[in-house]
Design a protein around this ligand. Structure first.
Ligand code: URA
Ligand code: SF4
Length: 219
């Protein structure tokens, strides 16, 4: 009796996997990601924003997705959140040359409000679609420390139910790196209401990143 093929869910779900290059190197990955059509997010964004940093970087910091400025410039963490991150890394004593920065999702997702493009959270399908890029970056870099910036990165990489607030600054076991540490997203500091709250939030982010600096200093 003829029977309809059981559908393969992986074929129906958006995925970057078919766009990955054969050769896993950072330049090859970056180039291939530039023409990724693995999900619909490429359509409205300006360009792919791939990770940036040296092949020798021992710490990989993962955000959510590029913002407005990153979308325009084509580089991760070059906008307001990036400035906070740079300052926090410096204060924590993490050498910028040791740091590779990237995102869970490589295209900017937004909603137009007049002239503004307002950041929209990527959904579970978009995150899953884009993860092959991040998995490949981690495979090439094999970092000592994986830093998840915010809940999107932490839940995508450390588990769906991971709580940043409960576990921030702690060393988390992971198969993706020697160590993992989660902390808040630097943009959360910008959302604090008062200057005291902002200062406290920045101080706490720096404290979490000091844990990362210590892990990097271990022999
Ligand atoms: N926020 C992110 O999560 N990533 C960026 O690259 C910029 C802002
Ligand atoms: Fe590909 Fe990721 Fe962009 Fe979707 S968001 S098109 S999966 S690079």
């Amino acid at each position: 009796m003829p029977r309809r093929a059981i559908s393969d869910p992986t074929e129906e779900q958006p995925s970057a996997a078919p766009f990955l290059p054969e050769q896993l190197t950072l330049p090859a990955l970056k180039e291939a990601a530039g023409s990724c059509r693995g999900c619909h997010l490429y359509r409205d964004a300006t360009q792919t924003v791939f990770g940036a940093g040296k092949r020798s970087a021992r710490v990989v910091l993962v955000g959510e997705q590029p913002g407005n400025e990153e979308d325009q410039k084509g580089r991760p963490f070059v906008g307001p959140a990036g400035k906070i991150l740079d300052r926090a890394l410096e204060d924590a004593g993490v050498d910028r040359d040791e740091a590779y920065v990237t995102n869970v999702v490589k295209h900017f997702k937004f909603e137009r409000r007049g002239k503004l493009r307002i950041h929209k959270k990527p959904n579970a399908l978009e995150i899953r679609a884009c993860l092959p890029w991040l998995a490949a970056e981690l495979e090439v870099l094999k970092p000592r420390v994986l830093v998840c910036l915010g809940a999107t990165a932490a839940q995508a990489l450390l588990g769906r139910t991971f709580s940043v607030m409960a576990q921030r600054g702690k060393v988390i076991p992971t198969p993706l790196a020697e160590y993992a540490v989660a902390t808040v997203h630097p943009s959360s500091i910008l959302r604090q209401q008062t200057s005291e709250e902002r200062e406290k939030a920045l101080h706490d982010l720096i404290a979490d990143l000091r844990v990362v600096a210590q892990l990097l200093d271990r022999p």
